[in-house]
Design a protein around this ligand. Structure first.
Ligand SMILES: *[C@@H]1O[C@H](CO)[C@@H](O)[C@H](O)[C@H]1NC(C)=O
Ligand SMILES: *[C@@H]1O[C@H](CO)[C@@H](O)[C@H](O)[C@H]1NC(C)=O
Length: 303
């Protein structure tokens, strides 16, 4: 199907989006500079004993499973005439910090499709409970060694390569962190939506806490229109040594109560670096989301 023919039938209101990407860069650059200052301040302090050398080798892994309770075969859904997984992969290819990109899947149809557009594929077992586990299994099957693994969510076809590079550089610049992730501004209407995860950071950009509730909480019990609340985005990168122990860490009380995996990292005393980016989350969770993202891409002339 020709993408443009799909577009021409949809709304013609063209809102400009070009400004958002330059803001994204500004935020990222700011955070990287802050990160560098910290790296210098702490020196090469190690987190797993011994002096740690610069983590230079980076692999991007796109975990993709066929079975999904809400959306069967999601990675293969067509978005303006291209499979979603291909769109995510093409965006990831534009990131400059990745030495290698692979799709990790348990499904032969997905593997075949990915090989078809030129992606490297690693088969992982169906028993992987989540993307992190799938990344870990894929990491173990790769021929080369990597220092950093970026977990690129397959259901974010509009992920900006600058965000991928941003989380990688943030982790590289913070030798005492084992994990890095990204946040963006929280929209006031999402303040009390438990599916939108909020985050608070310290003044050096390390995560303090994540919650499904609104944090910080204003004593008026309302959203403070002047406070810069942060929304957590799905992308994350890990130190590859840490990724091996992450799935084995026992569940922790706050993690279980909030049902937020990343809290296990903080509760065990590890450090997590957070970058702020300008990004509108367009995750695909349901078939209805596909229509929404297609009309948005048409509006913005993205194809
Ligand atoms: C709470 O929010 C209001 C605006 O709604 C703001 O003026 C105030 O400074 C915030 N903090 C406290 C402690 O009230
Ligand atoms: C993934 O699942 C494993 C096994 O159930 C669990 O130990 C781990 O904490 C989970 N990790 C994430 C990120 O959900």
């Amino acid at each position: 199907m020709n993408p443009m023919s799909i577009c021409s039938s949809s709304s013609s209101s063209s809102s400009s989006s070009s400004s958002s990407s330059s803001t994204a860069k500004a935020w990222i650059v700011h955070s990287i500079l802050a990160g560098t200052a910290i790296a210098v301040a702490i020196g090469a302090r190690a987190y797993l004993g011994g002096a740690k050398k610069f983590r230079s080798r980076v692999v991007g892994i796109i975990p993709a499973r066929f079975a999904s309770s809400r959306f069967q075969g999601k990675p293969l859904v067509q978005i303006l005439g291209k499979p979603m997984i291909q769109r995510t992969w093409e965006r990831s290819k534009l990131a400059t910090t990745l030495d290698h990109i692979v799709v990790a899947t348990d499904d032969e149809k997905i593997a075949e499709c990915c090989r078809g557009f030129g992606a490297d594929v690693i088969m992982t077992s169906e028993s992987c409970q989540n993307g992190t586990e799938r990344c870990n299994e894929a990491l173990g099957k790769l021929e080369k060694k990597y220092d950093i693994v970026v977990n690129i969510q397959g259901d974010e076809p509009l992920i900006e390569p600058e965000i991928i590079d941003g989380v990688v550089k943030a982790l590289q610049a913070a030798p005492d962190a084992v994990f890095s992730t990204a946040v963006t501004s929280l929209k006031p209407e999402d303040a009390f939506d438990p599916n939108r995860v909020k985050c608070v950071v310290d003044n050096r950009g390390y995560a303090i806490y994540f919650s499904r509730g609104l944090i910080p909480f204003n004593k008026s019990a309302n959203v403070n229109p002047h406070f810069p609340y942060l929304l957590h985005l799905g992308i994350q990168s890990y130190d590859s040594e840490f990724l091996k122990i992450y799935p084995k860490l026992q569940p922790t009380p706050l993690q279980l109560e909030e049902d937020l995996e990343q809290l296990k990292v903080l509760e065990n005393g590890y450090k997590m670096k957070v970058i702020k980016v300008d990004h509108e989350a367009h995750g695909i969770d349901t078939p209805e989301d596909v229509e929404k993202i297609e009309s948005l891409m048409c509006e913005r002339n993205l194809s």
